[in-house]
Design a protein around this ligand. Sequence first.
Ligand SMILES: Cc1ncc(COP(=O)(O)O)c(C=O)c1O
Length: 307
Amino acid sequence: MPALVSTSSIWLDGALVPWDAATIHVLSHGLHYGYAVFEGIRLHRTAKGPAAFRLTEHLERFADSAKIYRLPLAYDVPTLERAVGDLARATRLEEGYIRPIAFTGYGEMGLDPTGSRTQVAVAMWPWGAYLGEAGVKKGVRATVSSWTRIDSRSLPPQAKCSANYANAILAKLEAKSGGYDEAILLNTAGLVSEGPGENIFRVRNGILSTPPASAGILRGITRDTVLTLAADEQIPTQRTAIAREELFTADELFYAGTAAGITPIREIDGRPIGSGDFAVTRRLQALYDKAVRGQIPQHEDWLSYLT
Ligand SMILES: Cc1ncc(COP(=O)(O)O)c(C=O)c1O
């Protein structure tokens, strides 16, 4: 099990504290009931210093997640942007992952969260591709999960709430125990939704498609980036329902997310996907790598330089 590589500091409730001092009480409300919202953002080394990718959009989604779950956030988006900048300068990290989290702290021990203060933390640390560098290069093996993706009538999927990820963990562990790298979840209608922590894309006859927001997905910022980059390249795109069997008949499939980047799926439940050349996926991977490093001039506004 690889250990988490620590940095010097963590931003906790408005101040930078040493990494080891960023601790909370075991009776923190959010720990017991999953009442927390979080984000995942990437920091990349660029010619102009370290830059966070689409920072404002991520922090706006963080605020939206809190609003959906009625979790009071004491810090607005500009304050959190400054916190990320202060932390990047303190840790001197140039490439890695940024994790803002808001959760109910130590207060009362019942389901009602209103007696517990909301705490906010931002951490950053070095972290490679979530499904591994080999996965990014050679593709991963996926399985359609027996677990159904959460839906708006129970746990709103468009909020990055910690409780939502119990569903993702069930799917992830099932996939791993079956010898696969990752899961694909179907929604309550039996249609393709997404991976446990990544959106999914299909290429067939040159058309790039991905399930719509109503399919029980998180509206991924990488998903939006991929759709924008594909449109720039005149690759036709569709946000459309994808049936399970359409996974098997794809020319190419890939996962897209901040943690996973763009990772091809080379096999699903024993069926190889397409010819295995992943031509469109490779093109989009190359564009994405340029975009996150500020090398596509018309999209440089996606970067927040943190020097
Ligand atoms: C469930 C889920 N879907 C999709 C994504 C991809 O979203 P993004 O590209 O904004 O990281 C994530 C990651 O945050 C996720 O947790």
